[in-house]
Design a protein around this ligand. Structure first.
Ligand code: SF4
Length: 352
C-alpha cells in the first residue's frame, strides 16, 4: 500500500503540479521566503509579494542590512507580520552565525527565528533533498481521508499521529517532491469542500471515498466563538500634521505604524476610549471630534471594529509611553510607513 500511495502521488504531481515561481529554484533563501509567505496565506496572494520581496532583497545579506521598516513596508497587506520580523531576524542570524548560508541540519534550522517543525521539514526536503516530512492542514486533510483517521486535527495528539504516519510514508530520496505532492493534492483536488475524487490519483484505495466520508473527515471540532473587540483610534491633528505611533516590536502587528488608540473598556464610550488610550500611550490631551471611519477586520483569533475619530491636539508633551515611537507627519508622508490593513481605509480617506 505504501509504495502504491507514493507512486500514484508522485506520478500525478509530476504531471499536474502548478507552475509556481518557487518551484523553479533550489536556492534555500528563495524557498525559505516562499515557505514563510505561504504560511496561512493563499498561493495567488503570495506570488506578487514573493517577486517584489526577492527583487528588493535578493539575498540574506541584503535582507539583513535593511531596516525593519523597509521589510514591514514590503510585507504590508500580507498579514501575520511576525513572519516578516522573524525573517528579518533570521537573515541577520544567518549572516552573523552561518556566513550568509542557510544551515542544512534540523537542529540548526529550528534554532533560527520563526522556524518550526513544518518549515524546517519543508526547507530540508525541498532545498536540501533530505528525508524530512511536513504536516500542515493540507497534509492532514489528505491523510485523514485516505486512511479514515477520525481524531480531532486540532488536538496535538492527533497531529503527532500524522507526523508519525507521514514519516513512514516518506519515499527515501524523494521527500521534497513527495511533500509538495501531498500538499498540492490537498490544495487542488482533496480540497476542504467538494473534493474532486474522480480526478484523484489516490481514489482507488481511499477509505473516505469507499465509505463516503469525504464531508465528515477530517474531524475538526469547532473552536470557541471568536471574540469581537471595538477599537477607538484617533487621527490627531496639529496644524497640517497628523500623529502616528509605532507598535512595540513584540506582539500582534509588532513594529507597524498606526493611528493611536486601543480597546474599548466595558461601560466606556468610544470617544472616552480614544482620549484615555492616547493619554496613556502618548501622554497628551486631545479633543475628540466626529467619526471618520468604521472598519471591520478579522484576525486569526478575533475580530475588531475600528472606530477612527478626527481629533485635535490640545496639550502635553508627546512621549513614547506605551508605543515604540511616534511621529508628526503630513498626510502624503503616510505611505512611507507600514500600516496594518485595518488602517488603510483611514489613509485612503485622508489622502482624498
Ligand atoms: S479520493 Fe477524494 S477524499 Fe480520497 S484523497 Fe482523493 S480527493 Fe481526497
Amino acid at each position: 500500500m505504501k509504495s502504491a500511495f507514493q507512486r500514484s502521488l508522485l506520478e500525478w504531481y509530476h504531471r499536474h503540479q502548478r507552475q509556481l515561481p518557487w518551484r523553479t529554484t533550489k536556492d534555500p533563501y528563495r524557498i525559505l521566503v516562499s515557505e514563510i509567505m505561504l504560511q496561512q496565506t493563499q498561493v495567488q496572494t503570495v506570488i506578487p509579494y514573493y517577486h517584489r520581496f526577492l527583487k528588493t532583497f535578493p539575498s540574506f545579506q541584503s535582507l539583513a542590512r535593511a531596516p525593519l521598516q523597509r521589510v514591514l513596508k514590503l510585507w504590508e497587506g500580507l498579514g501575520y507580520y511576525s513572519r516578516a520580523r522573524n525573517l528579518h531576524a533570521l537573515a541577520k542570524a544567518v549572516v552573523r552565525a552561518h556566513d550568509g548560508h542557510l544551515p542544512s541540519t534540523y537542529d540548526e534550522l529550528k534554532a533560527l527565528p520563526g522556524i518550526g517543525r513544518y518549515t524546517a521539514g519543508a526547507i530540508l526536503s525541498i532545498a536540501f533533498d533530505k528525508d524530512y516530512p511536513v504536516v500542515d492542514g493540507n497534509v492532514m486533510r489528505v491523510l485523514a481521508r485516505y486512511f479514515a483517521i477520525r481524531g480531532d486535527i486540532r488536538k496535538p495528539a492527533t497531529q503527532s499521529e500524522f507526523w508519525n504516519l507521514v514519516e513512514k510514508l516518506l519515499p527515501h530520496g524523494k521527500a521534497g517532491d513527495f511533500n509538495q505532492a501531498i500538499m498540492e493534492l490537498g490544495a487542488t483536488i482533496c480540497t476542504p469542500k467538494n473534493p474532486t475524487c474522480p480526478r484523484c490519483p489516490l481514489r482507488h484505495s481511499c477509505q473516505a471515498r469507499r465509505q463516503n466520508l469525504q464531508d465528515v473527515l477530517p474531524v475538526k471540532k469547532k473552536a470557541a466563538a471568536t471574540p469581537h473587540f471595538h477599537i477607538g483610534a484617533g487621527v490627531v491633528r496639529r496644524g497640517d500634521k497628523i500623529l502616528i505611533s509605532q507598535r512595540p516590536l513584540k506582539g500582534l502587528l509588532g513594529g507597524l505604524w498606526e493611528f493611536p488608540g486601543g480597546k474599548q473598556e466595558p461601560g466606556e464610550s468610544l470617544r472616552d476610549t480614544v482620549r484615555r488610550e492616547i493619554k496613556e500611550e502618548l501622554g497628551i490631551n486631545i479633543e475628540v471630534g466626529k467619526k471618520l471611519a468604521e472598519i471591520d477586520h478579522a484576525y486569526s483569533h478575533f475580530k475588531i471594529t475600528l472606530h477612527a475619530h478626527e481629533c485635535a491636539y490640545r496639550s502635553g508633551q508627546v512621549q513614547a509611553l506605551g508605543v515604540r515611537a511616534w511621529r508628526w507627519v503630513k498626510p502624503h508622508e503616510l505611505k512611507r510607513f507600514a500600516f496594518p490593513a485595518a488602517n488603510q481605509p483611514i489613509i485612503q480617506k485622508l489622502l482624498k
